[in-house]
Structures are given as structure tokens and as C-alpha cells.
Design a protein around this ligand. Structure first.
Ligand code: ADP
Ligand code: ADP
Length: 441
């Protein structure tokens, strides 16, 4: 039996965590934005424009073109780009970076861009595999004699019952598969499958026979699998990290050039055989004015490639100098020949009422409760400072509320937060006034 090691996702997850409430663009079938849908509030015309972009991508009319979201900070530019990737399908890669991120002392700028272009392209592999699949009816660990003897004479195997529409089977599983099952947190009533060759185990979801018992929204209910328990099943794998895990030797964490080369070889073999296909995702580059001429030249070329991801740039600058182009100025600091390839979508500041709605949505996703007065107070910050700052107050305010013995965030907790944490503008003011008094040399 092969032991499958898991490679945990990329370090950028936290960047998108601020947008977990965003589930799509929230457009109706005519492409019109609902006032509040899919986690989105307002910004209607930008959402509708993004809907048109999604249609263009689907019709394969975006080749050589990109999108520029132009608007102030905290007007939902990142959220819109994420929503575009969600509208394109489940598991479409979304790769957000910041313009300044490409400046590294060790790696060439275009190298960093190329790496992120790759990251924004997903891979789907279709394979027919021999599996055992069914609803788990029984999970009984068993102690067995360790065939190798020595210390720790017993090892645990697992007796598992699987039920499908046409049959039922009891299996005794190896310790290594038992581990895999524990990792997936499988319990009785889950639908799972186990690959016969590799022993890899996958939890598909909760059997809908159990749907009324635990009515958690987060749960994904699935029907009892059709056919026999032991069968051939077409498996679509789209988690490139775990595919790499299968190619890597266990415990090898670094992705070396050699490994990359090997993976490329396997991938192109799969693509030629028609087993695998590449899925373009969305590459989001915030603070596009930080890119320089060399980067724009690279982007220009990369957009022409037949498997380019959708490139969405964001900028909150008006007319400014283009980096690396001796004092040339241009709209958004983007060279005009590149700008002409971009569909420009403006985003606008929110109304206080919209900010309140967003605060409420966010508090639900974060599982914190606040009084109406606290919502008003936090929203005030959103209007005066920025949406991002006011949403960031939620988590610390909920901790302060708990410390103060309250189950809901109240106005006092928000006020205490303001004293503890400065927003960017106040922070700059404090520093300049202190340096005025000679605190900073
Ligand atoms: P930008 O990229 O323009 O600086 P973000 O997309 O990062 O702004 O928005 C800041 C925060 O507000 C994020 O948590 C985002 O998900 C949320 N947000 C922004 N606009 C909306 C909206 N219209 N509806 C719901 N949430 C929003
Ligand atoms: P900064 O980084 O702002 O220049 P430091 O944190 O390095 O200042 O402070 C200088 C020294 O004074 C450090 O040894 C630090 O531990 C000490 N110090 C600064 N503020 C306090 C304080 N409020 N209470 C106790 N020690 C302090």
C-alpha cells in the first residue's frame, strides 16, 4: 500500500479569509445585480460589469485582454475579482498578489510574475479508478497483532461498513488507511470512497439520510452512491497540491526545480492523453501602479498565451508616473498601450446604509453578535476611515466584549478598540506630531 502524504494549501489563504462571505457576484439570470446577494451589497454597476466579463470569458473572447478595477481602497475590488473566479466555477484558482510583492532581492520580477501566472492556472485530471464507495454504517477500530513484533505489539486496524444503493460491504482496513480516515474526520453517516490501489480516502459529504439530524449549513449533503460498493469510478482531481503530494516523496517539502520539471512532464503527458485539462483561473494584482515598464511588457505578452489566466488589475491612483519610464505619467500609472487592452470598471465609495449591511454580513460570518448601536458606531468608522478598518474592528471588539462579560459587542467595546488600535491616518498623525516634539530623530 502506498502512503499518501498531504501537502497543505498555500500561504495566501489568509488573504482571502476577509472575503469568506463573498459567494459570487449576486446577479439574477438577466445579469442584473440584486441589492444584496451572494454576500455582496451595492456596487451594482461594477458587479454587472464583472458579470459581462464572466460572459466574455465563457465565450472565450477575453484572450489578450484584462480587467482594471479602479476605485478607492475598501471599495470591494478584491471581493469583485474573487467573485469573478467563483462565477467561473467551483475550484477555479484565485491568486491575489500585490504589485509591490514582485520586488524581491533574490528573484527576478518577471520570474515572480511567471510563478503567479502558473499558480492561477488549475489542473483537472480525470481518471477511472477502482474504489469502494458508500455511506459509512459502521466504524470499529480493532487491535491486531503487529506482524513485525517488537515493542508496541498491537496495531489498530479498522472495520468499516459501507452501504450503496445496490449493496453493502464490510472491509477491514490497514492502519495506514485508518489514519487517512481519521484525518478526513469520517463518522458514521458520511459518504466516502477509498481508492483500492493507493488506499487514499476521500470524504464526499454527509449522507442526506442524515440531513434532518444535524442541520448545519456548512454541511454538504450527498445522496447514497449508486451501484455496488466496489466499482470503477471516474474521479476528477483538481487539487494540484495533493496531486503534487502524490508525486513527491513523503516529507519532502521543498519544491525544487527538478521536481517541478518532473511534474511538468507528468502533466503534459496527461494533457496529451486527454486525461487532464488546464483550467485558467484569476490572477488579481492589487496596486497595479507598483508594476514597472518591464512587468507591463511581460504581462502584455503573457496575456496572448493560449492558457493565460484572467488578469484583473486594481488601482486606486489617478494620473501618476509609470515606474521605470523616466517621469512619464499616465492614467493609473499604466502605459497607454497596455491600458488599451483593459476593460476598466470603476468602483465607488459606499453609502452609510450599505456599510451597515456589510458589517452585519461580516459579523454573521465571523460569528460575533453586536447591538444595533455598535453596528452604527462601527459603520461610522467605515464612512470616515475605510471599510477595511471598520471590518477589522469586529474581531478585537468581540474579544473585548467577552473580557468585559458581554455576549454582544456594545458601543463601549468599539470605543475601547479605537483607543487601542489606530487607523492609518491617525497613526501617521501621531507620528508626525511626536516627531514635531522631537520624539523621533
Ligand atoms: P479593495 O480591494 O477595493 O481595497 P476589498 O475588496 O478588500 O476592497 O474590501 C474590503 C472588505 O470589505 C473585504 O472584506 C470585502 O470582502 C468587503 N466588501 C467590500 N465590498 C463589499 C460589498 N459590496 N459587499 C460585501 N462586502 C464587501
Ligand atoms: P522603540 O522600538 O520604540 O525605539 P524600544 O521598544 O526598543 O523602543 O524601547 C527601548 C527600551 O526601553 C527597551 O529596552 C524596552 O524594553 C524599554 N521600554 C520601552 N518602553 C517601555 C515600557 N513602557 N515599559 C518598560 N520598558 C520599556
Amino acid at each position: 500500500m502506498v502512503q499518501i502524504s498531504e501537502v497543505r494549501g498555500n500561504s495566501r489563504d489568509h488573504r482571502t479569509a476577509a472575503h469568506t462571505h463573498i459567494k459570487g457576484l449576486g446577479l439574477n439570470s438577466a445579469g442584473i445585480a440584486e441589492k444584496q446577494a451572494a454576500g455582496f451589497v451595492g456596487q451594482n454597476s461594477a458587479r454587472e460589469a464583472c458579470g459581462v466579463v464572466v460572459d466574455l470569458i465563457r465565450a472565450q473572447k477575453m484572450a489578450g485582454r484584462g480587467v482594471l478595477l479602479a476605485g478607492g481602497p475598501g471599495t470591494g475590488k478584491t471581493a469583485l475579482a474573487l467573485a469573478i473566479s467563483q462565477e467561473l466555477g467551483t475550484k477555479i484558482p484565485f491568486c491575489p498578489i500585490t504589485g509591490s510583492e514582485i520586488y524581491s532581492t533574490e528573484v527576478k520580477k518577471t520570474e515572480v510574475l511567471m510563478e503567479n501566472f502558473r499558480r492561477a492556472i488549475g489542473l483537472k485530471v480525470r481518471e477511472t479508478k477502482d474504489v469502494y464507495e458508500g455511506e459509512v454504517t459502521e466504524l470499529t477500530p480493532e487491535e491486531a497483532e503487529n506482524p513485525l513484533g517488537g515493542y508496541g505489539k498491537t496495531i489498530s486496524t479498522l472495520l468499516i461498513g459501507l452501504k450503496s444503493a445496490r449493496g453493502q460491504k464490510k472491509l477491514r482496513l490497514d492502519p495506514s488507511i485508518y489514519e487517512a480516515i481519521q484525518k478526513e474526520r469520517v463518522t458514521v453517516g458520511d459518504v466516502i470512497y477509498i481508492e483500492t490501489n493507493t488506499g487514499a480516502c476521500k470524504r464526499v459529504g454527509r449522507s442526506d439520510a442524515y440531513a434532518t439530524e444535524f442541520d448545519l449549513e456548512a454541511e454538504e449533503y450527498v445522496p447514497i452512491p449508486k451501484g455496488e460498493v466496489h466499482k470503477k469510478k471516474e474521479i476528477v482531481q483538481d487539487d494540484i497540491m495533493s496531486m503534487m503530494g502524490q508525486l513527491m516523496k513523503p516529507k519532502m517539502t521543498e519544491i525544487t526545480d527538478k521536481l517541478r520539471g518532473e511534474i511538468n512532464k507528468v502533466v503534459s503527458k496527461y494533457i496529451n492523453q486527454g486525461v487532464a485539462e488546464l483550467v485558467p483561473g484569476v490572477l488579481f494584482i492589487d496596486e497595479a501602479h507598483m508594476l514597472d515598464v518591464e512587468c507591463f511588457t511581460y504581462l502584455n505578452k503573457a496575456l496572448e498565451s493560449p492558457i493565460s489566466p484572467i488578469v484583473v488589475l486594481a488601482s486606486n491612483r489617478g494620473v501618476t508616473t509609470i515606474r521605470g519610464a523616466d517621469d512619464l505619467v499616465a492614467a493609473h500609472g499604466i502605459p497607454p498601450d497596455f491600458l488599451s487592452r483593459l476593460l476598466i470598471i470603476p468602483t465607488h465609495p459606499y453609502e452609510p446604509e450599505e456599510i451597515k449591511r456589510i458589517v452585519r454580513i461580516r459579523s454573521t460570518t465571523e460569528g460575533v453578535q453586536l447591538t444595533d448601536a455598535a453596528v452604527d458606531k462601527i459603520a461610522e468608522h467605515g464612512v470616515r476611515i475605510s471599510l477595511r478598518y471598520c471590518l477589522q474592528l469586529l474581531a478585537p471588539a468581540s474579544i473585548l466584549a467577552r473580557v468585559n462579560g458581554r455576549s454582544q459587542i456594545d458601543v463601549q467595546d468599539v470605543a475601547e478598540c479605537e483607543d487601542l488600535f489606530l487607523d492609518a491616518r491617525r497613526s501617521a498623525q501621531v507620528l508626525s506630531s511626536e516627531s514635531g516634539r522631537g520624539f523621533i530623530s
